[in-house]
Write a protein that binds this ligand. Structure first.
Ligand code: GAF
Length: 398
């Protein structure tokens, strides 16, 4: 059973209920919410069996749902209005439902592939997680749909087994070769904590991340950079890492530590692969160092690690774009303790660790730098760590 929501989710839940009622003419049986996420540090380490440290955002995707007899599924979004209906044929082979509804069909497909008797259902989706901003809107949709189907069908699928299943939906049904971070974050995060995840074992440790007590804030800036070839470039980075692991004779790059790095670099055939390796190895170490500092209550001191992560993504992994580099540079020049791009890259969001009182002036400095370069104005918000997937308490309003 999905955990009940400890905090109100507000308008977005009302919008999901309203979309359900408008679409199906009756109230839903329940509502399930999953958050977006930012990754504090640990980028492109997840598919290398490494370490990540994301936290869940207060922005949520809410699915209002009710059972439907038989084996058909109907889903509506507040954005499109038009329902998408699919049956067993569309979830027998991967990729048969295109577009956004493919994430929903992918979850049904993955549940059935794992042998679960998935109930037919009607669903309506509303979301505050911006699309295409690198805040895991797709994982939030997968997780909320998964929680709804698990609870409606009384399926035996504990929360810590759900990320792998949602990842299969994304990898195999939708066809995006992502790692396990986003689905883990949106399902397993806890309020007030960052999620330290070992992506090989899926062991987690919830690391206290009390920004307010330290007088700090995480400023999230949406770079609004158009995603440039993000899918192909992501797959290319993953392929380069897998190639490097094969040459080095290790199961994954996680098995190369910083102490082995110099020798490992010497064994790789070209400079590009060497730079990809150096990013992954040093990034894993930066996650471990960040966790050590947070455990010691030295939260302010993580700033240089965040900035070093950005430099590594820019120079070695080559996944940043001028907009995010500009945002990081401007945030640091305006006094941020550290700043980095967060997420898969080629656009998306930048996060900056700032003194809480300086959040507005840092955001203004980023906007000014953007204007000077002629970029579209960025948007921003400050983020406190919240909790993963929940079932919302109380009856859904009619
Ligand atoms: C995207 C992917 F979905 C994650 O699995 C992860 O690889 C991330 O990019 C980069 O760290 O969000």
């Amino acid at each position: 059973m999905t955990a009940p929501s400890p905090t109100p989710v507000g308008d977005v839940a009302d919008r999901a209920s309203a979309a359900f009622r408008t679409g199906y003419g009756e109230p839903p049986a329940g509502r399930w919410a999953a958050p977006g996420r930012v990754n504090l540090i640990g980028e492109h380490t997840d598919y290398n069996d490494g370490y990540v440290l994301p936290f869940a955002l207060p922005l949520r995707t809410v699915v209002a749902a009710a059972p439907q007899p038989g084996t058909t599924w109907t889903v509506r979004s507040e954005l499109t209005g038009e329902p998408v209906t699919f049956g067993v044929d569309e979830v027998t082979g991967a990729g048969r439902v295109p577009g956004w509804a493919g994430y929903v069909a992918g979850v049904v497909w993955a549940l059935r592939a794992a042998g679960h008797p998935v109930p037919g259902a009607r669903l309506a989706v509303a979301s505050d997680v911006p699309l295409g901003a690198g805040l895991s809107s797709s994982a939030a949709l997968e997780a909320a749909v998964l929680a709804a189907l698990v609870d409606l069908g009384g399926l035996d699928l504990p929360a810590d087994a759900q990320p792998r299943l949602a990842q299969r939906a994304e990898n195999e049904y939708v066809g995006a070769p992502t790692g396990i971070m986003d689905q883990s974050a949106v399902i397993r995060c806890r309020a007030g904590h960052a999620l330290f995840l070992d992506c090989r074992t899926e062991a987690v440790d919830h690391i206290p991340f009390d920004l307010a007590a330290a007088g700090l804030a995480v400023l999230v800036v949406d770079s609004r950079a158009p995603h440039r070839h993000a899918d192909g470039e992501y797959a290319a980075r993953r392929a380069a890492c897998e190639r490097a692991a094969r040459v080095l004779g290790v199961p994954a790059l996680r098995d190369v530590g910083v102490a082995d790095l110099a020798a490992a670099l010497d064994r790789l055939p070209d400079d590009e692969t060497r730079r990809r390796l150096r990013h992954v190895v040093t990034e894993n170490q930066r996650v471990l160092d960040t966790v050590d500092l947070l455990r010691a209550g030295r939260i302010r001191e993580i700033g240089p690690l965040l900035t070093a992560s950005h430099t590594s993504m820019r120079d070695d992994f080559e996944i940043t774009v001028p907009e995010v580099d500009t945002a990081v540079e401007a945030a640091l020049a305006a006094g941020a303790l550290g700043a980095r791009m967060t997420g898969g890259g080629f656009g998306g969001c930048v996060l900056a660790l700032v003194d809480a009182a300086a959040a507005d002036s840092v955001a203004t400095a980023v906007a000014t730098a953007y204007a000077a370069r002629g970029f579209a104005a960025p948007t921003h918000f400050t983020a406190l760590p919240t909790h993963g997937t929940t079932q919302m308490q109380g009856r859904a309003p009619c």
